[in-house]
Design a protein around this ligand. Structure first.
Ligand code: ZN
Length: 208
């Protein structure tokens, strides 16, 4: 299975008409957040693969109607707080970053994120009974604590994600949030049984 993972930056390489030929075999698109809706809608339309996303901490990607309700991108599935099964792959999502200011959306304290993890658990245990595994891919915006993360509060990762990895052993954790400016910055790291990918820009992953 071929997965296109995107995050944080509109990749001009993907935004050209020939792109759908180069990525014709993509089975699944994952967005780890902080991307404009038009870009997600473009990818899902051109590649004709299902797109699952979480929202990043930047409200600017979010459109609201005149009543302040959030308008979600068309044809895409918000994974936050959900577990879905698509093409034999079990996905779960956790949006947002660490809380660093008083804006109301998409920021969580460590404790709040741990509660989001706990709320996923009944479905994860059910997966284990039904499919013999808890989860294949955890999609997040923020990285796990100490892996690909920053030292300031906004960019610090979540310890809750480390606990998730230790207990539920996903094959992949795909995140964004931490921008990559240097070619030698690590973007793929193994922790226990899980490969952690920073999807900044875009990454193409092959899952057996
Ligand atoms: Zn972010």
């Amino acid at each position: 299975m071929k997965i296109l993972a995107v995050s944080d930056k509109v990749a001009s390489e993907l935004y050209v008409p020939e792109m759908h030929k180069r990525l014709a075999e993509v089975d699944l698109i994952i967005s780890s957040g902080d991307l404009p809706w038009y870009y997600l809608e473009y990818l899902v339309t051109v590649l004709r693969a299902p797109l699952f996303y979480v929202i990043g901490n930047h409200g600017l990607e979010v459109r609201q109607d005149e009543n302040g309700r959030i308008i979600y991108p068309g044809g895409c599935v918000n994974l936050d707080g959900r577990v879905v099964r698509v093409k034999n792959l079990l996905l779960a999502g956790l949006e947002g970053s660490r809380r660093y200011n008083d804006r109301p959306f998409f920021q969580y304290t460590e404790e709040e994120m741990m509660w989001k993890v706990i709320r996923l658990m009944p479905r994860l245990f059910w997966n284990r009974l039904r499919y013999g595994k808890y989860i294949d891919v955890l999609v997040t915006h923020a990285p796990p604590y100490g892996i690909h993360d920053g030292t300031d509060l906004c960019h610090m990762g979540f310890k809750a994600f480390l606990k998730f990895i230790e207990k539920f052993r996903p094959r992949y954790l795909i995140h964004g949030h931490q921008h990559i400016y240097r070619p030698d910055t690590p973007w793929r790291t193994r922790y226990r049984d899980t490969i952690i990918i920073n999807a900044y820009g875009y990454k193409v992953l092959e899952l057996r």
